[in-house]
Design a protein around this ligand. Structure first.
Ligand code: PLP
Length: 406
């Protein structure tokens, strides 16, 4: 018999989403006619712009003729794709051969764990996107969960709360080898200022920390005072890699396309460029992004495609405004939701699950309890603005009705 991988055994099965699904099913069993609205999902609902879907179709039409058929794509992405990401997403601040095109940011987050091996200490914002902690545990970089705190031992959780402006202190990073930062943040919607990021880059340089910077939601930033990329900070290329995604910008959640930038200047302790090892990882456990996805991605990264993507993001930004106004009208304080599709609601002493149940039972809304993103998420609730405008407007009406100020 094969022994179970104890690192995977350690990982608590996705309690959050399983529990949400269970409570939703129980509710629907008792209320089969209820019109539930989901504010829980991080998935997009709006169609991909025509300019991009036309490129998918043109590419598909090449695949059914022997004269135009092509097989495997170049391992790190089409040359033109790497060039266009460097130009459109980084204004040429990084070079195309530092861009590694992939099947999405989450997949890269998983593969990055292979790159770092099991012998390093990971630091995460608390709360954070669950994939950082999950992939850390699975690859043997943590102990078991501590019953009291709910945290995995060996992982450094950096509390992000209103008290510290959702920005953990740079001096708390001592002992961290790899630090995951996400801005705009999922779930808090918080965006780092240039000054805050400068501080992180400076501390990372001092303590030789590698930052993994996740920009899955950077298209939602509409004010140049907030950096869209960590490479806007001087010296960041020596300490940070960055992962990006087409998912939320162009509706590619199902198409799958993303990238990771690994600058040539980023090195391990022994002087080996991280990029050399990343190329080994990518050529060993990955076989390039799909030809259809890349054809669409190339169309997305034209002036017309970027304009269409911006309109798509505007739609969700309008939704988040609607939700924010509704929540604020109830007297509850909320964060994020300006340069991000997520609202992070302070429940004023109520627990995450209490408010989840109240909204489900009394307003027929499905949300996400903050505790599911880490211990510091207790007492908060995440609402997502990725629904249709009609659904969001109806949700806003229900929130206003239900959560009147006392
Ligand atoms: N990073 C964050 C913070 C996310 O919230 C998500 C998806 O929800 C991803 C990465 C995954 O992006 P992709 O669809 O490119 O895998």
């Amino acid at each position: 018999m094969v022994k179970r991988n104890q690192d995977i055994a350690k990982l608590q099965s996705s309690y959050l989403f399983a529990e949400i699904a269970k409570r939703k099913q129980e509710f629907l069993k008792e209320n089969p006619d209820a019109q539930l609205i989901s504010l829980g999902i991080g998935d997009t609902t709006q169609p991909i712009p025509d300019i991009i879907t036309k490129a998918f179709i043109a590419e598909a039409n090449k695949l059914n003729r022997s004269e135009t058929y092509t097989g495997y794509e170049p391992s790190f992405g089409r040359e033109e794709m790497r060039e266009r990401i460097a130009e459109k997403m980084y204004n040429g601040a990084i070079s195309p051969d530092e861009v590694f095109v992939s099947d999405g940011s989450k997949c890269d987050i998983g593969r990055l764990q292979i790159l770092f091996g099991s012998n390093c200490t990971i630091g995460v914002q608390d709360p954070s996107y669950p994939a950082y902690v999950g992939s850390t545990v699975m690859t043997g970089k943590s102990g078991h969960t501590d019953k009291e705190s709910g945290q995995y031992t060996g992982i450094r959780y950096l509390p992000c709360t209103p008290d510290n402006d959702f920005c953990p202190k740079a001096e708390d990073l001592q002992g961290v080898d790899v630090l995951y930062l996400c801005s705009p943040n999922n779930p808090t919607g918080q965006v780092f200022t240039k000054k805050q990021l400068e501080e992180y880059v400076s501390v990372a340089r001092k303590h030789k920390i590698i930052i993994v910077y996740d920009t899955a939601y950077s298209a939602f930033i509409r004010d140049a005072k907030f950096p869209s990329s960590i490479y806007e900070i001087e010296g960041a290329k020596e300490v940070a890699l960055e992962t990006g995604s087409f998912s939320k910008f162009f509706g590619f959640t199902g198409v799958r396309l993303g990238w990771t930038v690994v600058p040539k200047a980023l090195c391990f302790e022994d002087g080996t460029p991280v990029r050399d090892d990343w190329m080994k990882v990518m050529t060993t456990v990955y076989n390039a992004a799909s030809n259809l996805a890349q054809a669409g991605g190339l169309a997305a990264l034209t002036d017309e495609g970027m304009q269409a993507g911006k309109k798509l993001v505007d739609y969700y930004l309008h939704n988040v405004d609607t939700l924010r106004e509704a929540v604020e009208s109830t007297g509850l304080k909320c964060y994020g939701g300006v340069h991000a599709p997520y609202l992070w609601i302070d429940l004023d002493g109520q627990s995450s699950w209490e408010m989840f149940d109240k909204l489900l039972q009394e307003a027929h809304l499905v949300t996400t309890p903050g505790i599911g993103f880490g211990p510091s998420g207790e007492g908060f609730l995440r609402m997502s603005a990725f629904g249709t405008q009609e659904a969001i407007q109806e949700a806003a009406r229900r929130i206003t009705r239900l959560m009147q100020p006392a």
